[in-house]
Design a protein around this ligand. Structure first.
Ligand code: DLL
Length: 435
């Protein structure tokens, strides 16, 4: 199949030309921010940097970082780059801890954001012949609005389902012939599980592709979703602070996500020292938004851990690629001194033939960390023979020891007993924070 692009000139632009474009935009954007955002002007003044010092992307490193803490300090209007009168929309993070992040958009910002999502849909094979079922949450969360806008731009027939009500999702999917599904990977896995239970086979539904993101997911989970739904599953990345989904998207090669470099400059830094790392090294992802008017963040530290690569891509896009984020600097658990990412546990489970339905529970008893992983048995494994269950638990715990270096206490629980998520899955319950 010939590769399709939504904005070919940009998506396949020679790298040197792209760098020139980024340099021109950066000079203008720094001036815009310095003149209109007092909070960032103060940070620049403290660092002794003036807009005149920024001649192009080679000077990016001179600018101060912004972090989530700055967003909280400046809440709600302190980072606005345009008068509220010119803003047409806000979105917000789910904000499980502390203050929510609120992001603002002008009509121009919404337009560019929707273009980014349209690029993702076309890269996943979408055209105006497709029926695109958007099952990300609508509302303050950016997932629904972003993919909805992108789907309109591509000209797909858009099904604005929002999340939840799985029976209705399946009914619409079948009756209206949805060909593209957009939702979190954990919800896609649940939809697959529900379809199977209802006796559907992958060929009974017309879906051909899925655009899944908003949470970390492993290659093993991709294969499993692709198999149960009979589709190609594409990754999509973004965060509220940079507009939402569509900062980066996967193409047919499915080996990482192309970053929309005409709108965002990506850097990888050492999270401890802030030093910029060379391409190919693992570190914290930092974004500078080049076109955003209302919420123009410069050098924003995402806390996502990732690697960038300029390796030539078979799809013809020249946009730099980011690997699947390996987790966040703040969701890495340190258990008895060992670093543990939920994605490592997911990999072990899927390799051992389990479903990605699990929850990690960490606590501290008598000054020692306890580490438990509850894992659902598959219906076909279900048994009430204690010795068999103990044997399976031991086998899983040993497999996790090989991956992590420490043994969790694995507890196999009945099928369907771990609550399914309609949005981002809650994988970790860390009770130590409550003390
Ligand atoms: O999750 C935006 C989004 C919506 C992206 C729909 C993709 C699809 P936030 O709620 O602000 O925004 O959360 C952003 O989610 O910093 C990552 O840690 C994580 N994340 C987003 N996409 C991915 C992905 C939306 N593809 C935070 N893989 C980010 C891994 C992801 N993590």
């Amino acid at each position: 199949m010939a590769e399709n692009y939504y904005q070919k000139d940009i998506e396949t632009m020679p790298v040197e030309e792209m760098k020139k474009l980024q340099s021109e935009k950066l000079v203008k954007q720094v001036k815009h921010v310095y003149e209109n955002v007092a909070y960032y002007r103060n940070l620049m003044d403290e660092k002794g940097v003036k807009p005149e010092d920024i001649h192009g992307i080679e000077d990016l490193h001179k600018l101060p970082f912004l972090s989530k803490a700055d967003l909280r300090d400046a809440y709600p209007y302190g980072l606005l780059g345009k008068p509220l009168k010119e803003c047409v929309r806000i979105h917000s993070t789910s904000g499980t801890t502390g203050r929510r992040v609120v992001a603002f958009y002008t009509q121009h910002d919404v337009d560019l954001w929707e273009d980014c999502c349209a690029r993702a849909i076309v890269a996943a094979g979408g055209t105006d012949e497709d029926v695109c079922q958007v099952a990300y949450g609508y509302g303050l969360f950016t997932g629904g609005a972003g993919l909805h806008g992108g789907s309109h731009k591509v000209g797909c027939l858009t099904l604005p389902m929002s999340s939840g009500n799985t029976d209705r999702q399946i009914q619409f999917m079948e009756d209206l012939g949805a060909t593209i599904l957009c939702c979190t990977p954990s919800y896609a896995a649940y939809v697959g599980e529900s379809l199977k239970e209802k006796g559907y086979k992958p060929e009974d539904i017309p879906l051909k592709a899925g655009i899944f993101g908003a949470e970390p997911w492993t290659e093993e989970m991709r294969h499993q979703i692709e198999e149960t739904l009979g589709i190609k599953a594409y990754d999509i990345y973004g965060l509220t602070e940079t507009s939402g989904p569509g900062v980066a998207f996967e193409c047919s090669e499915q080996t990482g996500m192309h970053i929309n470099e005409d709108h965002f400059i990506a850097e990888i830094i050492d999270p401890d020292t802030g030093e910029v790392l060379p391409e190919g090294e693992k570190g914290e992802l930092v974004f500078t938004a080049l076109d955003k008017e209302a919420f123009p963040l410069l050098r924003y530290r995402t806390r996502d851990i990732c690697v960038l690569s300029r390796k030539k891509c078979s799809c013809g896009r020249t946009l730099i690629k980011m690997a699947k984020p390996m987790g966040r600097t703040d969701d890495m658990l340190i258990i008895r001194g060992v670093n543990v990412f939920p994605s490592q546990i997911e990999t072990v489970l899927l390799n051992e033939g389990y479903q990605p339905n699990y929850q990690i529970i960490v606590d501290r008893v008598n000054n020692t960390d306890t580490f438990e992983v509850n894992v659902e048995m598959n219906p076909e494994q279900f048994t009430d023979k204690v010795s068999e269950i103990l044997g399976m638990e031991r086998k899983l715990s040993d497999a996790m020891k090989i991956m992590l270096g420490i043994n969790p206490k694995v507890r196999l629980v009945a099928p369907k007993s771990i609550v399914r998520s309609e949005g981002k899955a809650v994988r970790v319950v860390d009770k130590r924070k409550l003390v």
